[in-house]
Design a protein around this ligand. Structure first.
Ligand code: ACO
Length: 333
């Protein structure tokens, strides 16, 4: 082994979700839907709601602190912070800067990355590359969302899907190779951008009476089309990254997919010729938490699936953009 070889490992992980729950029954009192439709079409039973007093910087801070504790790393030892989110606390400054201050980190580089539901995996790849090429020893990668701020509770096709939450990982540089983040396959298709959009609130359509009246500050999605592209994009990215690293799907300890829809998760299992039980699923509890979905699921999967050092694990995501990503890791903790 080359003594100069370095790996970037997930040294600790943590998550934080709001206390307040919104069940399918609650939603059936707001829009024309029912538990049976939501459960069979999505797998979701309930989701967590941050409410007006709990902000993404606090959710992200809490998840990051748990990740630091699990890694045995102090906030002052962090050299880099990346926050994956599409529901940043404000347009500016970046949520990562607010979290940096709340955690008591040094004045280290901190920025937000928006790749929607693929954001956490994009951030792992960016963090890994910066660490291997720079002076960074420990980084925080946080996925956090308050999607309920952008959810239209008059639209039954989308309001049943989304929830709030945060997950975080501490990345550390270690000697040797073969453990940690082995590789990522990232992609995006801007041609399909109109399939998922929040039309107003950006620089093209700043808030006005018209945009508010037209409900343009809420997320709009063509779910049926997204579904098809999601299955294709995730299955292809997963196959590509596994092939590149010479790992057969049957060797995987677990697959932690983005939690968007149980039927999408089952379709990915089928395309990899794996049984559904190889997929980690917690969508019933949280719905789709976008960039927070994978780190929350990973935090729960490591305990429920009893991850051991060296276990091969596949992470795979898909989201607005349209973006997709697959990462293969060997567990380190
Ligand atoms: N309750 C009852 N009926 C409903 C509901 C509801 N909540 N929502 C839609 N319906 C009705 C529709 O009106 C339609 O009725 P019709 O046949 O009379 O027209 C029927 O149910 C079927 O609607 P579809 O939209 O075809 O339902 P589908 O099976 O596609 O499920 C869903 C919709 C759950 C949104 C699915 O398409 C999906 O999960 N898509 C992928 C979403 C996704 O993965 N997004 C990821 C990115 S999100 C991001 O990046 C932030």
């Amino acid at each position: 082994m080359n003594s100069n070889t370095k790996s970037i490992v997930i040294r600790g992980i943590g998550s934080s979700v709001p206390q307040q729950k919104l069940t399918n029954k609650d939603l059936s009192k707001i829009v024309d839907t029912d538990d049976e439709w939501i459960t069979t079409r999505t797998g979701i039973k309930e989701r967590r709601i941050a409410g007006k007093d709990l902000q993404v910087s606090e959710l992200g801070r809490a998840a990051a602190q748990k990740a630091l504790d699990s890694a045995g790393v102090k906030a002052e030892e962090i050299d880099l912070i990346i926050v994956a989110t599409l529901s940043s606390e404000m347009i500016s400054p970046a949520t990562s800067c607010i979290i940096q201050e709340k955690l008591g980190c040094r004045a280290v580089p901190s920025f937000d990355l928006n790749a929607a539901c693929s954001g956490f995996l994009y951030s792992l790849e960016v963090g890994k590359s910066m660490m291997l090429n720079g002076e960074y020893e420990n980084a925080l990668v946080i996925g956090v969302e308050k999607l309920t701020s952008y959810t239209d509770y008059e639209d039954r096709t989308t309001c049943i899907l989304f929830g709030d939450g945060a997950g975080a990982a501490v990345l550390s540089k270690t000697d040797g190779e073969g453990l940690g983040i082995l590789g990522c396959k990232l992609g995006a298709d801007g041609g399909n951008a109109p399939l998922i959009q929040i039309p107003a609130g950006g620089s093209a359509r700043p808030a006005s009476i018209e945009t508010v009246e037209a409900r343009e500050h809420y997320l709009r999605m063509n779910g049926r089309e997204v579904f098809k592209v999601a299955v294709r994009g995730m299955a292809q990215a997963a196959t590509d990254i596994l092939e590149k690293h010479g790992i057969d799907p049957s060797e995987l300890k677990c697959i932690v997919p983005h939690q968007a829809n149980i039927r999408i998760i089952e379709a990915i299992a089928k395309s990899l010729q794996l049984s559904d039980d190889r997929m980690f699923v917690n969508i019933q509890k949280y719905g789709n938490t976008s960039a927070a979905s994978i780190p929350i699921a990973l935090d729960e999967a490591k305990i429920e699936r009893n991850f051991k050092k060296g276990d091969p694990i596949l992470l795979v995501a898909f989201g607005a953009g349209l973006t997709w990503a697959a990462s293969v890791i060997r567990w380190y903790e």
